[in-house]
Each structure stands twice: as C-alpha cells, then as structure tokens.
Design a protein around this ligand. Structure first.
Ligand SMILES: NC(=O)c1ccc[n+]([C@@H]2O[C@H](COP(=O)([O-])OP(=O)(O)OC[C@H]3O[C@@H](n4cnc5c(N)ncnc54)[C@H](OP(=O)(O)O)[C@@H]3O)[C@@H](O)[C@H]2O)c1
Length: 236
C-alpha cells in the first residue's frame, strides 16, 4: 500500500481522511501546525521554509518514498476591507501562503521526487466551492487561493499525465468542521442553509470518502477532474 503525506490531518476533514486511509492500512504521514503526536509532523505553513522542512521530514519518516500527496491544510479567516492597509495585506499574504503557495511548494517537491525515480504519483488538492463561485466580501483571499489551487491542479494534471503523475481536486461547500462552524454562527446559519438544496452542510467523512477515492481508487483517466461536494448549492 502507498505512503501518503496528508497536510492538515490534525482535525476536521484531514482527521477524517486520515482515519479512513488508516482503515485501509495506508501509511499516513500526518501534519499540523504543531507536533500533535508521533505520526504528525509539525510545520507552520505561514513560514515560507516550512513546506521544504515538512517534505524532508516526511521523506525521512517514509523511508525515502512518498506515493501520494494530499494538500488539505487551510485557513479561512475573515479579512474585512476596512482594516488598515497593512493588516489587510498581511492577512492576504498569510492566506495565500498557507492555502496556495505551500500546496504549490509541496506539489513541486512531490513531482520532482516521482520524476527522479520514474515512478507514478498522485496529488489530491482540497480546494473549495469558493474557487469556482467566489466567497463573501471578507474572503477575497480565500477564494483567490482556492481558485489558484484549481488552476495549479489542472496544470499539473495536463503537464505530467504522460509520466503517470496524476492530479485530482475536490471542491467542498460548507462542511461541518470548526472552519465552517465559526462562519455559520457569525453569519446566521439557518439562512445560509436555505441556499443548500440538500438542507445540510457536508460531513467531514463525506469529503474524506472522496479524497480516499482520489488517492487510491480513481481510475487514471480521471486525472484533471474536479469533484464538487456541496449539496447542490453550486451546480456547474
Ligand atoms: N469546512 C469547510 O466548510 C470547507 C469548505 C471548503 C473547503 N474546505 C477546505 O478543506 C480543508 C480542511 O478544512 P477543515 O474544514 O478541516 O478545517 P479545520 O478544521 O479548520 O482544519 C484546518 C487544518 O489545517 C491546518 N492548518 C491551518 N493553518 C495552518 C498553518 N498555518 N500551518 C499548518 N497547518 C495549518 C490545521 O492545523 P492545526 O490543527 O495545527 O491548526 C488543521 O489541521 C481546507 O483546505 C479548507 O479550505 C473546508
């Protein structure tokens, strides 16, 4: 079975992905901001050097071979336009770095790792409905990062399919984790839920099921695909 580097496995969707992968006997190198346990590498992705440290530590723990990368870690923090210029810019830079640049850095390390060995590899990107549809006025940065992630994903899929390096993206709508909980509470949950024909937000286990499928089971011909999971709140 493959070895998988999974960012943001400490809670939420990442923890659900980890649990389902481990149930299939996959070796998971987990990650969070801090070292949560022996199986979790701590790396604050707001630091530009952290992705390289994380990749090297993951390779060490994986005896030199990582087969799948799942870019799941992410931040969703409001950035109001009326903040000071420097506060707004700092928040923009942090979100872009954590949600997009670090995923690109890790993807680059993974692609080069597989190319050097001439072996297949897979990347799964946990993007967002926001990457298609945009987000609230306080979340320009989040939507831009997730839209960028989708473009990154498509580029990787098209560039390296001939080398059996495949890329998949998932675009969840609201999912029942701390990330969505804070937002739903602050914006009045019931009216937002009215926009979701399914009548509820997604469960992290549902998004995990899709991620595990992409990491382990999806046929090669699906490379480049983006899978929506939003209760039909945004139908493309
Ligand atoms: N929940 C939703 O409604 C929703 C919707 C669409 C897309 N998504 C995407 O799904 C992914 C997982 O989200 P979630 O709902 O599971 O969020 P969550 O419960 O808030 O978990 C976020 C994860 O990312 C990690 N993380 C955050 N900032 C980090 C940083 N600076 N450095 C390293 N790790 C960091 C966290 O690590 P720590 O535990 O160490 O903080 C945690 O493991 C994200 O990419 C998110 O954008 C979520």
């Amino acid at each position: 079975m493959p070895t998988i580097l999974l960012t943001g496995s400490s809670r939420g969707i990442g923890a659900a992905i980890r649990e389902q992968l481990e149930a299939r006997n996959v070796r998971v190198i987990g990650h969070g901001t801090l070292d949560h346990d022996e199986q979790t590498v701590g790396a604050n992705l707001a630091d530009p050097q952290a992705p390289q440290g994380l990749w090297e530590e993951a390779l060490d723990r994986a005896d030199g071979e990582v087969d799948v990368l799942i870019n799941n870690a992410g931040l969703f923090e409001e950035n109001r336009l009326d903040r000071s210029d420097i506060e707004w810019l700092d928040a923009w830079e942090d979100t872009l770095r954590i949600n997009l640049t670090s995923a690109a850095q890790l993807s680059r390390f993974a692609v080069r790792h597989w190319q050097e060995r001439g072996v297949p590899g897979r990347i799964v990107h946990i993007a967002s409905r926001a990457g298609h549809r945009g987000d609230s006025p306080g979340h320009w940065h989040y939507a831009a990062a997730k839209g960028g992630m989708l473009a990154l994903h498509k580029t990787i899929a098209r560039a390296y399919a001939a080398e059996n390096i495949l890329s998949f993206a998932i675009t969840p709508g609201f999912t029942d984790t701390a990330m969505a909980g804070d937002y739903l509470a602050s914006r009045g949950g019931p009216s937002l839920l009215a926009d979701i024909p399914l009548g509820r937000v997604a469960e992290p286990e549902e998004i995990a099921q899709i991620a595990v499928f992409c990491a382990l089971d999806a046929p090669d011909s699906m490379t480049g695909a983006t899978i929506d999971a939003n209760g039909a709140s945004y139908v493309r």
